[in-house]
Design a protein around this ligand. Structure first.
Ligand SMILES: NC(=O)c1ccc[n+]([C@@H]2O[C@H](COP(=O)([O-])OP(=O)(O)OC[C@H]3O[C@@H](n4cnc5c(N)ncnc54)[C@H](OP(=O)(O)O)[C@@H]3O)[C@@H](O)[C@H]2O)c1
Length: 295
């Protein structure tokens, strides 16, 4: 008996569905993409019921949902609304990767782990309050280093209050005690990375967070990972294409250097959605898939 075609329903809170996500979906071997833009929580029930009730229980693994969009909080609300529509085994698999945050954070953490254990290390996350930075913090504070936790994880922000708020919610989520750190000046930023073994720069696109001279200085870390792809670099001296390049004593990764693994995780995640009807891929699950692919 012939199999039903694989249908991916792309749900996006933005005015237009992400072209990037559509292209990756098509390149991942699906048969049909049904893109929906501008979706709000009250639209979800009809969309999800359309996925759940049309093809019969045995064919539910041939329909899946992808959640994207620039507004990460809005997308997470759509995912929560979706889960409420499922009951028993009457559900479809879903992948949530708003603004690439889950796949990017997973790939960044895995790149760091390719170079060094996270256990016992001092880790600084610049731009740590954004979606990518928060997910990196969450992963390094829990899943990635369950056996031996890092010595410290600094979550940096231009605002100490904002950083404290993020640290509190991450601590509630993981049980790890995160350290808030204010980086409202060049001097404070230099302070935030002093004695760090690993530095992740997850600041906004096109924003330089660490200025010239640090990468070649005595206080440079063992590993520096800069996720900003838009010039100027987030960490001066790290090239966007770096993929384990050694610059003085620091092993460097740039956004494109991390991007190869990110894309591999994204594509495999979409393929896996069609293996069963009950897969949920969010931050931790996406990271665990990355661990398998990175072996
Ligand atoms: N390689 C890839 O495939 C890939 C995929 C997705 C994202 N990215 C990149 O990853 C990075 C993080 O993404 P994101 O979505 O989490 O970023 P984001 O939300 O745009 O920004 C992250 C943080 O940067 C800080 N920030 C914003 N404007 C700033 C400014 N003018 N000066 C200093 N700090 C500023 C903010 O922290 P405070 O307000 O708390 O200071 C913000 O929370 C971005 O550069 C993005 O382009 C790469």
């Amino acid at each position: 008996m012939s199999q039903k075609p694989k249908i991916l329903i792309q749900i996006d809170s933005d005015r237009h569905t992400s072209v990037f996500d559509s292209v990756v979906a098509i390149d991942s071997g699906i048969d049909h993409l049904l893109p929906h833009a501008n979706v709000s929580p009250e639209d979800i029930e009809a969309l999800v019921h359309g996925a759940m009730f049309t093809r019969g229980a045995k064919d539910l693994s041939h329909t899946a949902l992808f959640f994207g969009g620039n507004d990460v909080a809005a997308t997470e609300e759509l995912v929560r609304a979706t889960k409420k529509c499922f009951f028993g085994n009457l559900r479809v698999s879903l992948l949530s990767d708003p603004n690439g945050s889950n796949t990017t954070a997973a790939a960044a953490v895995l790149c760091a782990q390719n170079e060094t254990d996270l256990g016992g290390k001092n880790i600084t996350i610049l731009g740590g309050t954004g979606p990518v930075g928060q997910r990196i913090a969450r992963l390094v504070g829990s899943v990635a280093s369950a056996a031996t936790p890092p010595a410290s994880i600094r979550v940096c922000s231009r605002s100490l209050k904002k950083s404290q708020g993020v640290c509190d919610s991450l601590s509630d989520l993981t049980g790890f005690k995160f350290s808030p750190f204010e980086t409202s000046s060049d001097q404070l930023t230099r302070e935030s990375v002093r004695n760090a073994d690993i530095v992740f720069a997850a600041g906004a696109a096109g924003i330089e967070l660490v200025s010239e001279g640090w990468i070649s200085s005595d206080s440079a870390p063992r590993v520096a990972i800069d996720l900003n792809a838009v010039p100027p670099a987030g960490i001066f001296g790290v090239s966007v294409t770096d993929q384990g390049e050694k610059r003085d004593n620091t092993i460097c990764y740039g956004a494109i250097g991390v991007g190869g693994l990110k894309m591999k995780i994204h594509k495999q995640a979409i393929k896996n959605l069609f293996l069963s009807n009950d897969l949920t891929l969010e931050t931790e699950e996406t990271y665990r898939l990355g661990v398998e692919l990175n072996k």
